[in-house]
Design a protein around this ligand. Sequence first.
Ligand code: NAD
Ligand code: TYD
Length: 365
Amino acid sequence: MILVTGGAGFIGANFVLDWLAQSDETVINLDALTYAGNLQNLTSLATDQRHIFVHGDIGDSALVTSLLAQHQPRAIINFAAESHVDRSILGPEDFIQTNIVGTFRLLESVRAYWKGLNGETKQDFRFLHVSTDEVYGSLAKDEPAFSETRRYEPNSPYSASKAASDHLVRAYHHTYGLPVLTTNCSNNYGPYHFPEKLIPLMIVNALASKPLPVYGDGQQIRDWLYVKDHCSAIRRVLEAGRIGEVYNIGGCNEKTNIEIVHTVCALLDELRPLSTAHSPLTTPHLALPTYRSLITYVADRPGHDRRYAIDASKIEHELGWRPTETFETGIRKTVQWYLDNQGWVSNVQSGAYRTWVEKNYQGRL
Ligand code: NAD
Ligand code: TYD
């Protein structure tokens, strides 16, 4: 069996669902269920005995040690993290705690477990750490995309805490021989994405006729990858990645934020057209109402990275991985998923979610 941490969050839940759709190998899912963790992402596994959910913290060494001893996983995939840049700006402490201290404690528990293994079990064991392209910092317009040898230049408390965790993972391989793999991926999008991040926020705000807040000039660039393609890349790295190596994962799909927002609006105009009666336009009789009219430029994010882009040639050439979705197919599926899962959306928009939205956007608008 494998142990997944953070498997109730956006990417982790997609990973667990995909894993069990393709394999009968049991998944132990350790998740602290922070605001970003949601067992509703996994309701389809409620009676599936191949999924063992454990509510707990990666930094709880006693719990992790006993889970490892009891279940003897052949691999660990570490998704657990605080993941939202804006939250890291308004309150960095949790990022230091989970992303740095938590990863350190997890590595310590795993090191002790791995040391006690023998023969092939020890040889085949893997610790796969899931990280981000944000550790590399910001690219100028004409610079080449991030390769694995790019210098680390994290700019936000989030990316700095992820960079620290990557360095710890590297050091545990170099110093103790722990068989690690690290993946650095670009921005993901798709089902179960918590609506604090750009794409789901734009979809849920548009559907509620709320402003679509674009930070700064909206010209920042991200390299978007459909979440299921990220999951397939992680499976491939786990299967065939070389121990101690880093693999960059990306969609080869750079878009400005404003392009993303325009695309979301255009899809919603097609799939859930605004009726003239509900149009936010002041002159609905002059033009067809469009969600674009909700776009509102707001104060920029402090330290906002201008551009991220991934050079994914290493994983492609070494492991034969390529994304299967184009942005056009992936974003259409994503918007449709949010339209089909309005119950999920309203459940995640709890009191705590509303407090966050108020805190982050009040001063910007
Ligand atoms: P997320 O915030 O949606 O989910 C994180 C999950 O981790 C949640 O279920 C949360 O409950 C859990 N968690 C948080 N602290 C924990 C702790 N101390 N112990 C156990 N569980 C804990 O994040 P995500 O977008 O799914 O990202 C998953 C991983 O992928 C993160 O490591 C992130 O840095 C990385 N990543 C994300 C993206 C992206 O675009 N979202 C891109 C590249 C890499
Ligand atoms: P986000 O989804 O938070 O991912 P990250 O910061 O990790 O790349 O943001 C993606 C981009 O969208 C980023 O440049 C910030 C921008 N953005 C907005 O313009 N408005 C928003 O309300 C949010 C949440 C993000």
